[in-house]
Design a binder for this molecule. Sequence first.
Ligand code: FAD
Length: 521
Amino acid sequence: MIACLERIVHENDAECKLDDDVSTVSKSLELQGSIESGDVSCSASKDFGGLYSIKPLFSIKPSGAEDISRVVKFASRTSNLTVAARGNGHSINGQAMAGGGLVIDMRSTEENHFEFLTINGSPYIDVSGGALWEDVLTHCVSRFGLAPRSWTDYLGLTVGGTLSNAGVSGQAFRYGPQTSNVTELEVVTGKGEITVCSETLNPELFFGVLGGLGQFGIITRARVKLQPAPDMVRWIRVVYSEFEEFTRDAEFLVSQKEGESFDYVEGFVFPNGDDPFNGLPSVPLDPAHEFNPSHIPQTAGLVLYCLELAFHYSDSDHLSTVDTVVSRLLGRLGFVEGLKSEVDVSYTEFLLRVKRAEEQAKANGCWDSSPHPWLNLFVSKSDIVNFDRTVFKTMLNDGVNGPMLIYPLLRSKWDDRSSVVVPEGEIFYIVALLRFVPKGQSVEKLVAQNQEIIKWCIEEGLDFKLYLPHYQSIEDWKRHFGNRWSRFVDRKASFDPMAILAPGQNIFTREPSNAIISRDL
Ligand code: FAD
């Protein structure tokens, strides 16, 4: 069998008889699921970023962990095959691709696990690594009236995909990222072993895989903490002209105890102008109530800031009580008077808010068919004023033709034992430049601008990290992980010693000699 596969690998360049080989490989692997030959048009060779297209040898739809284990073991017996788990392909830089390797479509496993559990009186849900958070939401809320505590803004992402990075949204200041809200995982390691792990059972694997960029194992099941879901959300936006006032209020809100703040705190920067898609008219939540630009102070600069907040309540709460609590919380903030917008929506509607934006973008043809050179960073509070002055106020004062998110998170809510790396300071900001390429603009120019921002952060010595990192060189990866690099390499040596997994991250290289080889310590 190995000989057969080696032959296919070699013949693949010449595109020889792949269809015959697919059935041979499928039979030999004894897959319960299915396998297809990779080609440039298959989804496994693409991602949301649209910047790279890398052809796999085969794309596999496994039926579950056993199939995945077979595929990984199979790759380990060849001299150079790699394996990439593909969640929903929402990476930007080819992280879920495997050039000439095997891509595992995790979505085919989405329904394998869906079990509600109570452990020591607390509710949990066991879900598949290939399930979308959107499905977790609808099942949990409609069936049990419960919900995960920490979300991403957009829920068309897989559980395994976000747990391999962090998973961040406006609840993370209180509960930490999604990686801080799971208690057990089932993982297929780079040795093909199916292993259950938790804080106490195989903890090195558990913490390694969380934020591990897919390097140590493929998550096939996750146990997610739940809490009672609210019925309704008061969703609020308030505008600031001064960055210092915006950050002061945002930091104040994320530092308050539960019950003394909002349930969700995010923010964004936008150009100070009348552009209907990116400027002031795009900010109000209720289109019937536009903002009056005369409220903007004369002293305002080229960009403005918006704090986005949410307050949870139940159907049985009196609206007058909700009004009183929300007014008290807002009364402590220094936003521009007259620039406040609010709506009441169901909890599910609130969590599916980006899906509505996705539907619109799809209708306009800018979701699937154009590239998205997005850049995400974590920047320490100590450097955020400098970042605002140089990046938002100067380099990006015309916007990025899409959202520019910025909101604070607390380092103490992140578990240092996981593989995620964040800045040193207790308060740091997530900055997300969610670019949609404007007509007539070259994507290369926007990618170059992202590189310029990263270069500036490095040269200025900012306390920052890339979120969803993408680097070309080993020096960059070492700098990214800092003093965590040796732990990352040790984990690789323990759980994927042949460097089979997630080659699209471009951290370790599989070479014929079966070792981590080219990534020195
Ligand atoms: P993929 O892109 O398919 O995979 C990402 C990486 O994880 C790859 O290396 C892959 O090999 C690996 N992987 C995938 N599945 C598994 C698995 N089961 N086990 C182990 N490794 C696996 N992120 C946030 O934190 N917050 C947000 O609000 C947010 N919003 C987003 C909105 C949009 C529209 C997009 C495109 C992205 C957003 N992201 C957000 C980023 C998102 O977290 C990443 O794209 C992430 O990679 C999840 O996407 P995915 O499930 O499609 O994974």
